[in-house]
Design a binder for this molecule. Structure first.
Ligand code: DLL
Length: 435
């Protein structure tokens, strides 16, 4: 049995899909040119007018937009409708402290929910399912996105949010959850608890929809075994809407991009040149149906490959590989986006040095974050109690800036190995990216 939420769109013949994309792109370019000064200026500088865009073949003429532009335009600079037409914001961290704020009209939310509904149905969800959503709710898009998708499908939705494992497991068993939505690391942790507490035969889970961070095939098998489910990947980013930009079908060989809403391109991150299908490069998205916060040729910094190889599920939408790395220095720790510059800012504010190292590791599929930083020579005379207090202060400030715990160790001057070339500030021991 084929599993689609919107079969006519998900299996639309390619020609027709391209035509739909073209029409929507032309309208979207006009919308942003007329309503967003930033785009008007950028397009004028690039010598492109809305009349020059006749369809997707002209997409390459438009300039790129980057995370720094979003930061510079914070908060309202990219808004394309009156604020009074917006009903929600979601947010994520920016490169240097400033957050990215994305705006949504009710129509934007409806379309986003539909994208998530497609992912849930592709994972076997129907109105008879019980969908346990343990992504964070709030500014993070994970909880609200999958919650909305689950409602559209008609599942009984358990809006658990993250954490409180005892309660998660109690509801999973008592309310007979069949679909689990959370980060792969949390799924793995839940799986471990299910096995340890002898719950595997008592729970009714059949599928999981896991994303927001990189995870390996090995981790997929481990989660599938522990929870007795089939585990599906889901991808997305706040700037473009949230989860559901792309999702895996039963073939589990890449994620179908919801191409009726987002046009995907792969570019050479160094030159900006558009690369042919099958080549590895940076993923760029153009949102063609967004009303409030449309992004044109947004550089995601995620490195991956696109494929139009025929899929046995019958969907015609292009597939993206799992992200294979980043073209910037963003780390994803416990599902949270972390920029080294955010950590550096806190260290310097506390009178510490810029000789620091960020060490990310994994214990039993759960991320750990350690920050080692050299004290200044003046600090050297401080007592151990002073230093311990300083470490505590930095831990608290990092928690408030990043939203996650980092183990902070203040070390002696000159004890962090100097590099002859670029400083090695980040040591990521997780080896999460494949390919
Ligand atoms: O992580 C949205 C999301 C929520 C996706 C729940 C899936 C499930 P941000 O916090 O803005 O949004 O982070 C976006 O996370 O550019 C990727 O680098 C990374 N990412 C997201 N999904 C995946 C995935 C949400 N399935 C950034 N595999 C993106 C690997 C992922 N990386």
């Amino acid at each position: 049995m084929k599993r689609y939420y919107q079969p006519e769109i998900e299996t639309m013949p390619l020609e027709q899909l391209r035509e739909l994309q073209s029409q929507r792109l032309v309208a979207q370019v006009k919308h942003v040119y007329e309503n967003v000064e930033f785009y008007r200026k950028r397009m004028d500088e690039a010598g492109v007018k809305p009349e020059d865009i006749h369809g997707i073949e002209d997409l390459h003429k438009l300039p790129f937009i980057e995370k720094d532009d979003l930061r510079d335009q914070y908060p309202y600079g990219l808004l394309a409708v009156p604020l009074s037409d917006c009903v929600r914001i979601q947010s994520t961290s920016g490169t240097t402290g400033r957050r990215v704020v994305a705006f949504y009209t009710q129509h934007d939310i409806d379309l986003w929910d539909e994208c998530c509904a497609r992912a849930i149905v592709a994972a076997g969800g129907t109105k008879d399912d019980v969908c346990q959503v343990c992504y964070g709710y709030g500014l993070f898009t994970g909880g609200p996105g999958l919650n909305g998708g689950s409602h559209k499908v008609g599942c009984l939705t358990l809006p658990m949010s993250s954490g409180n494992t005892d309660r998660q497991l109690m509801f999973m068993e008592d309310l007979e959850a069949t679909i689990l939505c959370c980060t792969p690391s949390y799924a793995s942790y839940l799986g471990e608890n299910v096995v340890e507490r002898g719950l595997k035969d008592k729970i009714k889970l059949k599928a999981g929809i896991f994303g927001a961070e990189a995870w390996t095939e090995e981790m997929r098998r481990d989660i599938e075994n522990k929870l007795g489910i089939k585990a599906y990947d889901i991808y997305g980013l706040t700037e473009i809407s949230g989860p559901g930009v792309s999702f895996e079908c039963e073939e589990q060989t890449g994620m179908h991009v919801n191409e009726d809403h987002f046009i995907a391109e792969i570019i050479n991150p160094k030159t900006g040149e558009v690369l042919p299908e099958g080549e590895k490069g940076e993923l760029v998205f153009t949102s063609i149906t967004k009303e409030a916060f449309p992004l044109m040729r947004y550089r995601t910094r995620d490195i991956c490959v696109l494929s139009r190889k025929k899929c046995s599920c019958g969907r015609t939408h292009v597939k993206m590989s799992k992200p294979m790395g980043r073209s910037d220095d963003m780390l994803i720790v416990k599902g949270v986006n972390v920029f080294p510059s955010q950590i550096e800012m806190v260290l310097l504010k506390n009178g510490l040095t810029s000789n620091y190292q960020i060490i990310v590791d994994r214990e039993k599929y759960s991320d750990t974050l350690e920050v080692r930083v050299e004290m200044t020579p003046e600090f050297f005379t401080d007592t151990l109690t002073d230093l311990a207090q300083k470490e505590k202060d930095v831990v608290a400030q990092l928690k408030s800036v990043l939203g996650i715990y980092a183990d902070v160790k203040i070390v002696e001057p000159k004890s962090i190995v100097r590099s002859e070339g670029k400083a090695v500030r980040v040591i990521d021991r997780r080896n999460l990216y494949q390919g």
